[in-house]
Design a binder for this molecule. Structure first.
Ligand code: FAD
Length: 433
């Protein structure tokens, strides 16, 4: 009899909670990864870098497991169908995995749990991708927090060694199922994808960066000013516990960022409707503009506002954008162009390597003003002032918008003051009622 350990967004063999429990509690643990056909079908770029990233990670884990005389089974299909097929091929006694909080993942897991219960297979899941989950941090009235600062304070008051310790998976390595011959790995091509040539950020958390983060984090020209670990947190190639331990030692500000990540995860858990509705529903009643041409200019980085254009071009070229610039481009779309946050959120979802529904949605709604604990609607970033303040030498803009300052660079697509007035009018009409 085998126990399957099903990897999802926790692509590592060390310090992995669900895998640790499987290895400790069972013998013959066979790791599994499923390329979910429904997710892949929704990606429109055949060279989507995230698929390459996952593929490379899978390849690496498979090699590591082969070296231990075990294997990583990799399949392509609808998860429930794949699990059913596997349970026909082998005697599966249990399936272990880690929690996943996104609405679609919750539905997937509910279906798997219902099938497993009928089939007499245990389905067990664990907390792994965040420090605190679901109902672990609640207000004194046992309600979910919808404001960040008190949430963070409660997290900090509770963040003991217990929550930060690593799971020593290697202690129970002998529980991996032994295989006579490893299965060949399916190819990227068979999934309908090709290898992307985007360079992925290294898995490196620099102590030097942590120590200066509070001072460097707002300046996009400083490429070493932030960690670039979002992608690794997204796919679980690094453990959040390990990172939080370092943060606790060297940078309370960086730790606060990890807490923002948890915060938005619990928001999505408690308020799953935010996936496609404003947290404050009245924001969906604003007369949002539907200009395809304006949206296109924003997507391509041709707005005539240099910091906005630099950010969008960085995103399109690398799958990354600096946080300060994400805030500016998001505000520009929702407020200066008066286009619904959802359009921008979906564009980021296609492009960002570190795209994560909870963080992306939470931050977009924050920028639009429609979210929990959002910036007040009347605070409208001036994209030119932001440029002067956060890219004072123009180094970041120069890198991504080399024609800035020449005749080739377009005039601003909207006048700041006019756009600001239009936005305030549209917002107050609905929000003041
Ligand atoms: P660092 O500054 O080194 O921070 C470390 C880690 O903390 C990040 O990797 C991330 O996991 C977490 N983090 C930092 N800031 C936030 C935040 N505001 N909210 C939640 N988590 C945070 N982050 C994502 O991980 N995925 C997204 O899809 C995403 N979309 C965003 C969309 C908008 C409009 C905005 C304004 C922000 C978004 N962020 C998102 C948050 C933030 O911009 C990125 O996490 C950060 O820029 C990633 O760079 P880094 O890894 O160098 O971060």
């Amino acid at each position: 009899k085998v126990t399957l350990f099903w990897f999802r967004r926790d692509l590592r063999l060390d310090d992995n909670a669900g895998l640790y429990h499987a290895l400790k509690e069972r013998s013959a643990v066979l790791p599994l990864f499923i390329f979910d056909s429904e997710i892949l079908e929704n990606l429109d770029d055949p060279a989507d870098a995230r698929v390459t990233f996952i593929y490379e990670q899978i390849q690496d884990m498979k090699q590591q497991l082969n070296a231990k005389k075990s294997d990583l089974i990799v399949r392509h299909g609808k998860p429930l169908e794949v699990l059913k097929t596997l349970s026909d091929e082998m005697a599966v006694e249990a399936i272990y995995a880690n929690h996943d909080y996104e609405p679609a993942a919750r539905k997937r897991d509910e279906k798997v749990a219902a099938w497993a219960a009928k089939a007499g297979i245990e389905f067990l899941t664990f907390k792994d991708q965040c420090l605190f989950e679901k109902d672990e941090i609640l207000t004194d009235a046992r309600k979910p927090y919808t404001v960040y600062t008190p949430y963070r304070n409660k997290v900090l008051a509770n963040l003991s060694e217990f929550y930060l310790k690593s799971y020593p998976n290697d202690l129970y390595e002998s529980s991996y199922a032994k295989v006579k011959k490893a299965e060949p790995l399916l190819t990227l091509k068979s999934l309908g994808f090709e290898r992307s040539n985007i360079e992925f950020p290294p898995m490196d958390l620099s102590t030097k960066m942590l120590k200066t983060y509070h001072a460097t984090r707002d300046f996009p020209a400083d490429e070493k000013g932030t960690s670039h670990l979002g992608l690794h947190l997204r796919f679980g190639t690094l453990s959040v516990r390990e990172l939080a331990r370092e943060a606790k030692k060297y940078s309370p500000v960086w730790l606060s960022e990890l807490i923002w990540r948890d915060f938005f995860m619990q928001i999505l858990w408690h308020f799953p409707q935010v996936e496609n509705q404003s947290f404050r529903p009245e924001y969906d009643k604003i007369a949002w503009r539907k200009s395809k041409a304006d949206f296109q200019k924003w997507c391509e980085g041709r707005t005539g506002y240099p910091l906005v254009d630099a950010g969008m071009r960085e995103l399109n070229a690398t799958g990354y954008m600096h946080n300060r610039v994400r805030m500016v481009v998001a505000s520009f779309l929702c407020k200066h162009l008066l286009i619904h946050w959802y359009e921008g959120e979906r564009y980021f979802a296609k492009k960002l390597l570190d795209y994560d529904l909870s963080a992306n949605n939470g931050n977009w709604q924050w920028a639009a003003g429609s979210g929990c604990d959002a910036a007040p609607y009347f605070r409208i970033f001036n994209p030119q002032t932001q440029f002067e303040k956060f890219d004072p030498d123009g180094k970041y803009v120069q890198k991504w918008v080399p024609e800035y300052g020449t005749d080739e660079y377009p005039q601003p697509m909207v006048d700041h003051n006019e756009a600001r007035g239009r936005c305030l009018q549209a917002f107050t009409k609905v929000l003041k009622k």
